[in-house]
Design a protein around this ligand. Structure first.
Ligand code: ADP
Length: 163
């Protein structure tokens, strides 16, 4: 069984994340979403809240694709978490030239640390390309409408969080 590890912050999960995930589920038998926790940062949603949202959103996608989906929370090196989950590679989305530069550097270092774990880049869909979790957080905090950018469950959780 081929497993891909999809790491990220997912604070909150966006339509861009869900599109990459749907594609990863077409390519692998099992996809493990890794919610990376950075002890130095204060997230909007707790890792547990993000795990709950991702499970609720992604389980139907996995069922459609006929694949296995897991969502784990990890601290430390992504490659270690990926290895622990038995992954044969990592998945990352690419939106633009800035992502490309950053992601190539990250993938290059990971390739030296873990040659057995290649990184697979998937391009963002053109209409999802402008979406980022950090901009979603900013729009929400300023009272804007984020329904075009996130699944409706996430929009609802954002409203509850700010109420
Ligand atoms: P990180 O903090 O590690 O960048 P994110 O949660 O912001 O984590 O993103 C996780 C992954 O999802 C990254 O590979 C990122 O490029 C990808 N991603 C984020 N937004 C989009 C989008 N709109 N379209 C495609 N991929 C995306």
């Amino acid at each position: 069984m081929r497993t891909l590890f999809y790491p990220g912050s997912f604070d909150p999960p966006t339509l861009g994340h869900m599109d990459i995930l749907a594609k990863a589920l077409r390519l692998a038998d099992r996809v493990v979403i890794g919610i990376g926790v950075n002890p130095g940062k204060t997230p909007l949603f707790t890792a547990q809240e993000r795990q709950d949202m991702l499970l609720a959103l992604a389980s139907p996608q996995a069922e459609v694709a006929g694949g296995v989906l897991e969502v784990v929370i990890y601290e430390g090196l992504t490659i270690e978490a990926a290895r622990q989950m038995g992954a044969s590679g990592l998945v990352r989305g690419l939106r633009n030239a800035r992502d490309y530069d950053e992601e190539m550097q990250l993938a290059g270092m990971n390739a030296q640390l873990a040659p057995d774990l290649p990184t697979l880049f998937l391009p963002a869909m053109p209409h999802l390309q402008p979406i980022s979790a950090s901009l979603v957080r900013q729009v929400v905090l300023m009272g804007g409408d984020v329904t075009p950018f996130v699944p409706s469950l996430v929009a609802q959780r954002l409203r509850e969080k700010l109420a």
